[in-house]
Design a protein around this ligand. Structure first.
Ligand SMILES: NC(=O)c1ccc[n+]([C@@H]2O[C@H](COP(=O)([O-])OP(=O)(O)OC[C@H]3O[C@@H](n4cnc5c(N)ncnc54)[C@H](OP(=O)(O)O)[C@@H]3O)[C@@H](O)[C@H]2O)c1
Length: 261
């Protein structure tokens, strides 16, 4: 017998990506669910969300486990960035500790196509060390957290794209900061790279469409891309799209209805 559960299914959505924002929009009006979006709090003005939002770290695996138990979360959706490996690892451990299902939305990584000139590295530090020793015009899409690593090669003329505007750090005397939020367009990045005479692009293999413009622009302009491979994340259930995540949530809602809890 199918019994309607009394309370909505409680979903914790770990965000900070375009997929998380899209899933938040899709979940907002679903009366079967009570979803909360969690953000790390890295950006000053996060994209407005129709879901209730909580901001800031949980305090490691123990903090997240306590949150999941206290908020009586039924499902965790990890829609964090592929490079947010610590949060993803913590989510796997905490969901297992409290015994609830976890699903990750994992975009396929970008792959090299004809005309791409890539060198791949296992870390941000290795990618920066892979730049030529002589000063170069370098576009960095590595994000704000990589700025200390850039200072290991301060001779380059960096163009550093970040979400929130800020001054260039003093230890990067030839750096220029630009503040912009994706999605980006290839024609705009072609214009940007041409204007700044960019010869090298530092990038993380994020996958997805929102940040692919720089890869397309580099291909069109014959620019070398120093590509950081993704960090490894333990085995977990994954899907590659927001639609598939919605289907997974619906399936869990049906399962719970059938159990009558
Ligand atoms: N890394 C990137 O390139 C990148 C790019 C675009 C967007 N983002 C987004 O920016 C956020 C931080 O990325 P990161 O690389 O710094 O992550 P990280 O290194 O994996 O996480 C470091 C710590 O930040 C907290 N945290 C991370 N994501 C959180 C979330 N969604 N909600 C609450 N706390 C969170 C956790 O603190 P506690 O241990 O205290 O819980 C986590 O242990 C993520 O939400 C990610 O989706 C990252």
């Amino acid at each position: 017998m199918i019994t309607k559960p009394d309370s909505p299914l409680r979903v914790l959505l770990l965000g900070g990506t375009t997929e998380a924002a899209a899933l938040a929009r899709a979940l907002a009006d679903d009366k079967r669910l009570a979803a909360t979006l969690s953000l790390a709090g890295r950006t000053a003005n996060p994209v407005a969300s129709p879901l209730p939002v909580r901001i800031g770290g949980f305090g490691g695996v123990d903090g997240l486990s306590a949150y999941l138990a206290h908020a009586r979360i039924d499902l965790v959706i990890d829609a964090t960035h592929p490079f947010a490996a610590r949060m993803s690892a913590n989510a796997i451990s905490a969901a297992a500790a409290v015994g609830i299902p976890l699903l990750a939305i994992e975009r396929p990584p970008w792959t090299r196509t004809g005309g791409d000139d890539w060198i791949e590295y296992d870390s941000i530090e290795a990618a920066i060390a892979g730049l030529p020793a002589a000063p170069q015009n370098v576009f960095s899409a590595l994000g704000r957290q990589a700025i200390p690593a850039l200072s290991k090669a301060p001779q380059h003329r960096y163009l550093i794209r970040v979400v929130d505007a800020s001054d260039a750090p003093a230890n990067l005397p030839h750096a220029t900061m630009i503040a912009a939020r994706g999605p980006f367009r290839a024609e705009d990045d072609i214009e940007l790279f041409s204007r700044h005479g960019i010869r090298h692009v530092l990038a993380k293999n994020a996958g997805g469409n929102a940040a692919y413009a720089k890869i397309e622009a580099a291909r069109k302009l014959g620019i070398k891309v120093h590509m950081v491979r993704r960090p490894a994340i333990a085995a977990r259930e994954t899907v590659t799209s927001v639609e598939a995540a919605l289907a997974w949530i619906t399936r869990h809602h049906q399962l719970r209805s059938e159990r009558g809890v």
